[in-house]
Design a protein around this ligand. Sequence first.
Ligand SMILES: Cc1cc2nc3c(=O)[nH]c(=O)nc-3n(C[C@H](O)[C@H](O)[C@H](O)COP(=O)(O)OP(=O)(O)OC[C@H]3O[C@@H](n4cnc5c(N)ncnc54)[C@H](O)[C@@H]3O)c2cc1C
Length: 387
Amino acid sequence: MDFLESEEIGLLRDTLRKYLAKEVPAAKAEQWDREDRIPAEELRKLGELGMCGLCIPEEYGGTGFNVMAMTAAVEEISRHSIGLGSYFFMCAGYGGLNIAESGSAAQKERLLPLLAAGEIAFSYGLSEPGIGADLGNVATRATRDGDRILINGAKRWTSAASMNQYIYSLVRTGPESDRRRNLSFILIPTDAPGVTVTDLAAMGHNGTPLADVTFDNVELCIDDVVGGEAGWNNGWNVLAGPALEAEKLAPASLALGTAEAAMAEAWEYSQNRVQGGKRICGHQTIRHALVEAKTQLQACRLMLQQAAWLVETRRPSAVATSMAKLFVAERCREVVLSCQQVMGAYGYANGFQMQRYVRDIIAVPIYGGSSTVQKNNIANLLRLPRE
Ligand SMILES: Cc1cc2nc3c(=O)[nH]c(=O)nc-3n(C[C@H](O)[C@H](O)[C@H](O)COP(=O)(O)OP(=O)(O)OC[C@H]3O[C@@H](n4cnc5c(N)ncnc54)[C@H](O)[C@@H]3O)c2cc1C
């Protein structure tokens, strides 16, 4: 067993650290947080660094199926901005990984080079006003007449729909009776006639704004179904495929990067703040809080790396990825809140980054399969009897 990260991933981290230190200073991340928007050129620059094609085959401009490297990239970027980390994954993961794994030949030809270059990104259209965790019951509907399809319905919490070029949407394409079989993923262009996007405000995780999206007689064709004809009524299998395993790792890496940044700020602050005649890092409660947080982060990092390795080597990974999503999101939330306490009122007020990390981390256990949903998944996958 070798616990060292590969030389390639070490190099990738090094490249990203140098780039982000220069190109994404705290002031820029604060601006994206305030404006709840990240300029498209930031994604293109990550494309130029070769980051967007980490899960795209070489013939389409990428470097293969590097799930561990992609997880490391999301973590590094999120140390600076969880918004940029999410935007990056909407290109490299939602886009590159999904199309490489499930797209038709024509979709790969057309979309993968653009995704590898960071020119386009996909939003995820899963949730609906009436549907959260219960995805098998999505109500947005597509009807088919030959090769022509017509889509009507509404999606909710569609992050960055007002920035991205496509919504990777789960829609019902047959009778509701067999709720998981009659579903398909359709790539709906955000500029198609009949698509309306309305941004929604939220407390944090800014930069990729949440949005309500409505589809009013949006007319597309069978080539827009992910996987083409073979993807019609095959949405549940597409959702449950290898891309889902990698996607559970994205929120975990976003959380890890955010919590590492919070830890770094509290660690440094504790050495500058003097109370009771000594630096607060000399008080045992603060020392223990920081060390406990660091220990939790080390456990998170190892769990995430092991789950990413299972996915990358195409071993069974559903339990490991669900456990990683559950554990890392929950522990990182605790770590950030504990680091905030270390900084007292300065961890709450504007001026330091900590208040942003707190607003950002709160969301992670909710999305990408909530903690409750992951617990249900793990119990079911491990066949724990209900009675
Ligand atoms: C920052 C952010 C970004 C998001 N981005 C996107 C996006 O890009 N695309 C997208 O489609 N969605 C997105 N979402 C939505 C997210 O995926 C949903 O919020 C999530 O699926 C939960 O759905 P819900 O909020 O409707 O909660 P509900 O499903 O209504 O659940 C409410 C509570 O009940 C619990 N619960 C639900 N079902 C069960 C059950 N069977 N057993 C036990 N407990 C249960 C849940 O864990 C939760 O605590 C985002 C959310 C946030 C906060």
